[in-house]
Design a protein around this ligand. Structure first.
Ligand SMILES: NC(=O)c1ccc[n+]([C@@H]2O[C@H](COP(=O)([O-])OP(=O)(O)OC[C@H]3O[C@@H](n4cnc5c(N)ncnc54)[C@H](OP(=O)(O)O)[C@@H]3O)[C@@H](O)[C@H]2O)c1
Length: 259
């Protein structure tokens, strides 16, 4: 149970170490910043060393938190262990893993699906989070537990024409959230997911060329708008902190309504 039950103390992450995959931009950057502001030491993952270094330094400057760059490709099964080891070497523990990195390239209808496209999306969006969670959970257990947050999508519920490889992978990640929560409850490791709706990030901007896509994305929300990346932070802090001590195996939709 949470030691503190008062206001913002519930959401305090002081002393925790968080690894945020895809933390250089978009939702991951917002969550990395939010966690750092709440007191966590933060490892910022992404594929590009300079982008990781820059994001880590900016977050440290803006929040005063300890940060580091944790370069690694989520589709590289073998490379994830050394990446996590670097975080453990620097900070000594891991308490929070946010599996946020994800890709959603140009849509591909089922009838035109290539094996390479399908495998690429599942490798980054499903196998990577599964592998990294499987590496991190035993380390969390050694220090009394932790919190793993998977980032899925509202599309995991509602699909989306042309999005088969993306939304089916995210639906798998939703199921894996439940499985992991069941397997690791006794270890004190909670596993939950955030299912974002439409947020204005580079991923969303990448759809601007598809006629009507942004309007459709906004209309998915009861509020008829696309959210700012910072609007994900509250849910991430809830799931990362002791505020959610009795919440595991669940998915929280942050969609402005639809789920
Ligand atoms: N934006 C939305 O409306 C929305 C809606 C639903 C769900 N989501 C989900 O939310 C998550 C974040 O989305 P976003 O919109 O913030 O995306 P984004 O703006 O495209 O940012 C993606 C981040 O992931 C990193 N990344 C990409 N491929 C990677 C890989 N193979 N290994 C490690 N890092 C990688 C990127 O950095 P590098 O390029 O430097 O590697 C970047 O930091 C994704 O899982 C996405 O599916 C987003």
């Amino acid at each position: 149970m949470a030691n503190e039950t008062s206001g913002t103390a519930l959401f305090d992450c002081t002393g925790k170490v968080a690894l945020v995959t895809g933390g250089t931009r978009g939702l991951g950057r917002a969550m990395a910043h939010g966690l750092a502001q709440a007191g966590a030491s933060v490892a910022v993952n992404g594929r590009k060393p300079e982008a990781c270094e820059q994001a880590a330094q900016e977050i440290a400057r803006e929040t005063g938190a300890e940060t580091m760059a944790a370069v690694g490709h989520m589709g590289d099964w073998e490379g994830l262990e050394p990446m996590l080891d670097r975080v453990l070497e620097r900070f000594g523990r891991i308490d929070v893993l946010v599996n946020n990195a994800g890709i959603n390239p140009t849509p591909m209808p089922v009838a035109e699906m290539t094996e390479a496209y399908f495998d690429k999306l599942w490798s980054v969006n499903v196998k990577g989070p599964l592998r990294l969670s499987g590496l991190a959970a035993p380390r969390m257990r050694e220090t009394g537990g932790g919190s793993i947050i998977q980032v899925t999508t509202v599309g995991a519920y509602i699909g989306g024409a042309g999005m088969a490889a993306y939304t089916s992978g995210k639906a798998a990640l939703r199921n894996l959230t439940k499985v992991m929560a069941q397997e690791w409850a006794d270890w004190g490791v909670r596993v939950n997911a955030i299912a974002p709706g439409s947020f204005m990030t580079d991923m969303m901007r990448g759809t601007e060329s598809i006629p009507g896509f942004l309007e459709g994305a906004a209309s998915l929300s009861f509020q008829n708008r696309i959210a700012a990346p910072e609007e994900i932070i509250g849910t991430a802090l809830y799931l990362a902190s002791d505020a959610s001590s009795f919440t595991t195996g669940t998915v929280i939709a942050v969609t402005g309504g639809v789920s």
